[in-house]
Design a protein around this ligand. Structure first.
Ligand code: PDD
Length: 283
């Protein structure tokens, strides 16, 4: 049971997995990534993560020259070789290695990395009792729908949360709530779930999509619409969604208690549905 690394399709020891100082991912953040959850030795929607990677690649004019099928095969081999049951898969693709210049180089091949490592997940207490968040201004670029490795603004936001003793930082812009630094945000008001529309301002989370599908199947009302900071603070319930976050109840934002200060009823219902849903997915 160990961390398994594939670099450009070749298995390499973790210590010997090295990329060039001229890699465009290193110099420009010119690359994409995905994080996929592994439950009980099975990928959780690798298919959707690969589809998002492909879409992102089109958006940044990146030719996935190694082939998406090849990438999928390597992910599956890496997981098998790891022997891990509860794990996370990290995929990173960059435009490759070339002498530094802003314009895209010609005749360059992608650098692509697959890492499967053990994942312990968040403490159960977080899911049972909820976590706290802080609000931070969204200072990211205008294409947040693309899952690029340029995450400095997200990292600064998460560091601010961490220093404040909070789990997550929630971005806001022009008085509206956008998303978390590595999660999507849902609020519940009068049994209605609200989440930011999937436009360029947010990453359209795989988990977010699953939550909406679960809502559809169970006649739970929701709306993909912009809501304000006041709506967030006055919400009956708040929760976060994400691959590593799963469905995380939020009980405090910027020191303000949300609802009754405990995970809300609908949040718990969604957590239960999600737990069941996880058992059914192997693709
Ligand atoms: N982040 N929004 C942002 C900004 C994210 O970085 C993430 C995920 C999400 C949730 O997306 P999904 O449900 O597909 O995981 C929303 C990953 C997990 C990360 O950066 O580690």
């Amino acid at each position: 049971m160990s961390t398994v690394v594939y670099l450009n399709g070749q298995r390499v020891d973790y210590e010997n997995a090295k990329i060039s100082i001229e890699d465009r991912g290193f110099q420009f953040g010119d690359g994409l990534y995905e994080v996929v959850h592994v439950y009980n030795g099975r990928f959780f929607h690798l298919d959707r993560h690969l589809a998002r990677l492909q879409k992102g690649a089109q958006e940044i004019y990146l030719d996935l020259d190694f082939g998406l099928d090849n990438l999928e095969k390597v992910c599956r081999v890496a997981l098998r070789e790891s022997g891990l049951k509860d794990a996370s898969l990290y995929i990173q693709v960059t435009r490759g290695t070339a002498i530094r210049q802003h314009a895209f180089p010609h005749e360059v091949t992608c650098t692509w990395v697959v890492i499967v490592r053990e994942s312990k997940g968040n403490p159960p207490d977080f899911y049972e009792n909820g976590i706290s968040c802080i609000l931070v201004p969204d200072e990211r670029w205008g294409r947040c729908n693309i899952k690029t490795v340029q995450l400095l603004a997200n990292c600064i936001a998460k560091e601010k949360a961490s220093r404040a003793g909070a789990y997550e930082a929630i971005f806001h812009r022009g008085g509206s709530v956008i998303e978390g630094s590595s999660s999507n945000v849902f609020i519940v008001k009068d049994n209605m779930m609200l989440t930011h529309p999937a436009n360029k301002k947010i990453l359209n989370g795989i988990t977010r999509g699953i939550v909406l599908e679960i809502a559809d199947q169970n006649n739970i009302e929701y709306s993909e619409e912009v809501f304000s900071i006041d709506d967030l603070l006055d919400a009956d319930e708040v929760f976060l969604t994400g691959t590593t976050t799963e469905i995380m109840p939020v009980v405090k934002v910027d020191g303000k208690i949300i609802g009754d200060g405990i995970p809300g009823k609908l949040t718990k219902v969604m957590q239960e549905h999600y737990k069941k849903y996880i058992q059914t997915i192997d693709r």
